[in-house]
Design a protein around this ligand. Structure first.
Ligand code: CP
Ligand code: NVA
Length: 329
């Protein structure tokens, strides 16, 4: 059976560390090679990677297509109106057929069961490109960005050296939040999540956040609150995402009301007592309601570096799961 990547919880601390470090070293090596007019990588030559996307995407689509191209392979984008899946054909049949012709499926789905269903019947690795519950490629890019922003912290084989750091998530505890929290606990980073009542960590997913650390590093702690000021206290990094994820558009009115007061601003960080040099992350796409322009476009913001790092996270993940058959070395 091929090894799939469904969520961050599929990775050990050592594997997560290695993927982030590989992404970072490919970033500098490939940029140098391109600048010197060289062909960067050709390990996917002659192979195709199918991208099955049932939802919109800018970063995930572009980063995956670009990563496959950089590796000399052929990315095959299959949007929801391009293939029979969902209308005229089952997950099982689609997965069996597509995996018989390609080297990998990268899929963006609705319910998480859709991606586990694809994986169940696939003869090639399946990579989760966002489901309702998880977004592992985003988390890898987020940790790469944190790693790059803190060069004084030294990585080891099992740890990025981020122990003791505090991340604050202010907003909706969605797919991006769950995998980020899982990675924090795994990598020894404390995470505080502030969400309005009813929009916090779902009970069914809390065990996943807490279940996957190794003995090394010492697991990070998870705090949950409804008070944004409480979450940002002593935070090194403040993170948020949209209040209305894809598929939740019908809830817009209720959500805008529930999340009033959760906008990330410099005033909130100051009031709550974030660290003086706190940094800001957001997976994008972004709306002004969840973070104001001053923070989003300001000097603390790492969001565009984070966006670019999606490319290197995709490349490192494809290398590990497709070329190296799931061995993360
Ligand atoms: N962050 C992210 O996954 O963006 P897209 O929806 O544009 O892929
Ligand atoms: N939580 C958002 C992330 C988009 C990248 C969504 O699921 O729509």
């Amino acid at each position: 059976h091929p090894r799939h990547l469904m969520s961050v919880s599929d990775l050990s601390p050592a594997e997560f560390t290695k993927l982030v470090l590989n992404a970072s070293s490919h970033k500098s090596a490939i940029k140098t090679a391109i600048a010197a007019g060289q062909t960067p990588h050709s390990s996917l030559a002659g192979q195709s990677v199918a991208l099955l996307f049932s939802k919109r995407s800018t970063r995930t689509r572009v980063s995956t297509e670009a990563a496959v191209a950089l590796m000399g392979g052929h990315p095959m984008f299959l949007g929801k109106d391009d293939i029979q899946l969902g209308i005229n054909e089952s997950l099982r049949d689609t997965s069996t057929v597509i995996s018989s012709m390609t080297s990998c499926m990268v899929a963006r789905v609705g319910a998480h069961s859709e991606i586990t269903g694809l994986a169940e019947h696939s003869s090639v690795p399946v990579i989760n490109a966002l489901s309702e519950d998880f977004h592992p490629l985003q988390t890898l890019a987020d940790f790469q960005t944190i790693h790059e922003a803190l060069p004084e912290r030294t990585a080891t084989k099992t740890s990025l050296g981020l122990e003791g750091l505090k991340v604050a998530w202010v907003g909706d505890c969605n797919n991006v939040c769950i995998d980020l929290a899982t990675a924090c606990v795994k990598m020894g980073v404390d995470i505080a999540i502030a969400s309005p009542t009813g929009y916090g960590v779902p009970d069914r997913l809390r065990p996943i956040i807490l279940s996957s650390p190794g003995p090394n590093p010492v697991p990070g702690k998870l705090f949950e609150t409804t008070i944004p000021e409480e979450a940002v206290k002593d935070a090194d990094i403040i993170v948020t995402d949209t209040w209305i994820s894809m598929g939740q558009e019908a809830e817009t009115k209720d959500r805008l009301k529930a999340f009033a007061g959760y906008q990330v601003t410099n005033e909130l960080a100051k009031r709550g007592g974030a660290k003086p040099d706190w940094k800001f992350l957001h997976c994008l796409p972004r709306h002004q309601e969840e973070v104001d322009d001053e923070v989003f476009y300001g000097p603390r913001s790492l969001v565009f570096q984070e966006g670019e790092n999606r490319l290197w996270a995709a490349l490192a993940t494809l290398e590990a799961f497709v070329i190296n058959k799931g061995k993360i070395v």
